[in-house]
Design a protein around this ligand. Sequence first.
Ligand SMILES: Cc1cc2nc3c(=O)[nH]c(=O)nc-3n(C[C@H](O)[C@H](O)[C@H](O)COP(=O)(O)OP(=O)(O)OC[C@H]3O[C@@H](n4cnc5c(N)ncnc54)[C@H](O)[C@@H]3O)c2cc1C
Length: 440
Amino acid sequence: MLLQNWWYTTLLGVDDPIQPPLATDIKADVVVVGAGMAGLSAALRLAESGHDIVLIDRNICGGSTTGKSAGFLTPDSELELSQILRRFGIEGARNLWQVPVKGIELITATVQKYGITCDLQTQDSLFVANDRSGVDDVHEEVVARKQLGYPVTAYTAAEVAGVLGSTRYHAGVRYSGTYGIDALRYCQGVKRVLLGRGVHIFESTEAHAIDDHTVRTHGGSVTAERIVVCADTPSRHFCHYADDVSPAETYLTISAPLTDRDVKALFPGDPLQCWDSDLIYSYWRLTGDRRILLGGGSMLSTYVRNAETSPRVAGHVVRKFRRKFPALANVEFLQYWPGLIDTTRDLFPTIIRDAQAPWVQFVLGCVGLPWAAFCGDFVGRHALDTEEQTDHVFFQYFRPDRRFLMPLWSEHVLGKPIVFALNNAWAKYYQVDVPARQRA
Ligand SMILES: Cc1cc2nc3c(=O)[nH]c(=O)nc-3n(C[C@H](O)[C@H](O)[C@H](O)COP(=O)(O)OP(=O)(O)OC[C@H]3O[C@@H](n4cnc5c(N)ncnc54)[C@H](O)[C@@H]3O)c2cc1C
């Protein structure tokens, strides 16, 4: 397998020239730092409301986490509905579930409105149980979806085998309203839209300091009424809240195109986007040209040995897949690539309106494209507060001083990877923020 991000090859022949780096001092209404899913969504919202916007990214638009992703557009990017329901009760879960659901709506509406070519696939989601405890997880998900009135189909092991070509899963839960995209081409498509709306975009431009109303880069600066930062892996001198996020690593592999027979062997019915019930789960779906996009990781690589590029972990993910789908044992996986996802301690994003500098907003730790799209759009809408916004409640959910299992200072004793791994597991499996007696 070749170490190479497949999505870059999908840009070949696409006529979206790289925007030259910033080389002078300029002014704008709003400067957006970071052009991943969150930053592009913020810039698009602001541009659509007629403001003078500058967007800068140290890479190309979408060139970091977003453009490495598997492009699953499903609400449960990392946290299942049942886990959010346990933490926040019905009202809170309903509020919070709106975040990724609206994120998906924003992305698909943008694709349609602007005719962006990004391999948008309508694919139901299927969460499958690897073992007994996975069956419990699947069951909890079914119950949670029913409790909130969301449509759902529950599968027994035999029924799973009817929609997924494997007899090795013990149960499954399926639902619709989910999609797959080539997120890098989506970002490049949004870049084209923004340029068409007069947004000034500077790629290969790294912000290294915020100084009052000015964002400084190596080649120039942008002075703006408002500053929106949607940057990943922020450094401490650039962002006071850099310690609030930590990267988790996941790997993707892509296969050669499947034959008709292989497609039927994998999905006897419609193609689905799937993931399993392991803590470090595997996930797979088909691209429009019928390649298997397969992702996963290991405990060690996810939290501890970030930025490992050897094929070891990807090879382990492929072997696990082949054990589950023996009929596809001969399918060749051609390329693999790792990627880092910034996470907060409880896997929810953090949105900050800096108390000392209220004109600066930060979006950090968006785990999942839909969450990032919503948060970017949200800060874009709130940046200038030109119209009445009704969803201030999300500033509360995503405030940096919300309740976590372990405080940041414990990193000095235990180390950041351990503190984040324990906090993540606690948030997923045990945390309760709204006790049962307060939920009525
Ligand atoms: C391998 C992999 C598979 C994934 N699969 C999925 C999936 O299938 N579905 C899903 O929902 N999520 C998936 N994710 C997670 C998803 O990609 C992220 O949650 C999402 O892309 C985060 O978007 P973002 O805009 O917050 O961050 P990013 O995409 O990282 O954007 C931040 C941007 O800021 C820029 N930047 C950083 N610092 C600076 C600076 N100082 N100056 C200027 N620019 C700066 C970066 O270059 C980058 O473009 C996956 C992630 C990976 C790595």
